[in-house]
Design a binder for this molecule. Structure first.
Ligand code: DC
Length: 231
């Protein structure tokens, strides 16, 4: 039996991971695994349970006992996430819980609890997007990408995205949010954001979306990952 076709896409906030992950999943006909959704789901459970993140073992217990169901459609931006059977709704991306989300994603017991949930959908291949997909979740993936762009570029993207969604976003808040997430993602002890040694690095500030996708598809092609007529 051949190894499952697994592609990983890691990088900091605003680097273009979700865009590339969705495009590759569609192109390769593989499920998309957005690994960050699992940390967001545990955060939703913590908010509902009234936990403030000060007790690490309570977070670990919560992550182990929470049921998370994720339905991701690579063709649309709509992810359905059920936390203990109840839709997460707007709580999933609520910026007012950003500090709790960072605490939860930094907790080794939480990370250990979600690992198997993140791996489960990939039995027959997947495109996995996150911070540690190429280093921890799928260290033997067939193809790994690491996307990056300078922080000001990523801030502008985030600002444009929020404004397009009709949110009232100001530059100072976004700059603090992106900078803060960079620091916590890179500096935490448990599975920090870092490039896998065998990852293909793409600087997404130097190109448009189509060029980024074409470059990544070409890499997957060379690795023999695309089935005939998939595109
Ligand atoms: O990609 P995102 O913004 O939805 O990620 C949500 C949080 O989870 C963010 O704080 C980074 C963290 N995360 C992580 O630690 N490891 C991953 N593989 C994916 C996300």
């Amino acid at each position: 039996m051949s190894a499952p076709r697994i592609v990983t896409v890691d990088g900091p906030a605003g680097s273009g991971k979700s865009t590339l992950g969705r495009a590759l999943a569609k192109d390769l006909g593989l499920p998309l695994i957005d690994t960050g959704l699992f940390y967001r789901a545990v955060t939703v459970a913590a908010v509902r349970a009234g936990l403030d993140g000060t007790d690490p073992s309570a977070l670990g217990r919560l992550a182990r006992s929470t049921s998370v169901t994720v339905a991701t459609d690579p063709g649309s931006d709509d992810d359905t996430v059920l936390v203990d059977g109840i839709a997460a709704g707007s709580l999933l991306r609520d910026p007012s819980h950003a500090a709790l989300l960072a605490t939860i994603a930094s907790e080794p017991e939480v990370r250990a609890a979600v690992l198997e949930l993140q791996r489960a959908p990939a039995a027959h291949g997947a495109v996995a997007v996150g911070r540690d997909c190429g280093t921890v979740v799928f260290p033997s993936a067939a193809v790994k990408f690491y996307l990056d762009a300078p922080q000001p570029v990523r801030e502008q993207r985030r600002l444009a995205q929020l404004r397009a969604e009709g949110a009232n976003a100001d530059e100072g808040t976004i700059s603090a949010e992106v900078g803060g997430r960079d620091r916590t993602d890179r500096l935490r002890a448990a599975s920090p954001l870092r490039r896998a040694d065998d990852a293909h690095v793409i600087d997404t500030s130097a190109m448009g979306v189509d060029e980024m996708i074409d470059q990544a598809v070409a890499v997957c092609d060379r690795a023999g990952l695309r089935t005939a007529g998939a595109r």
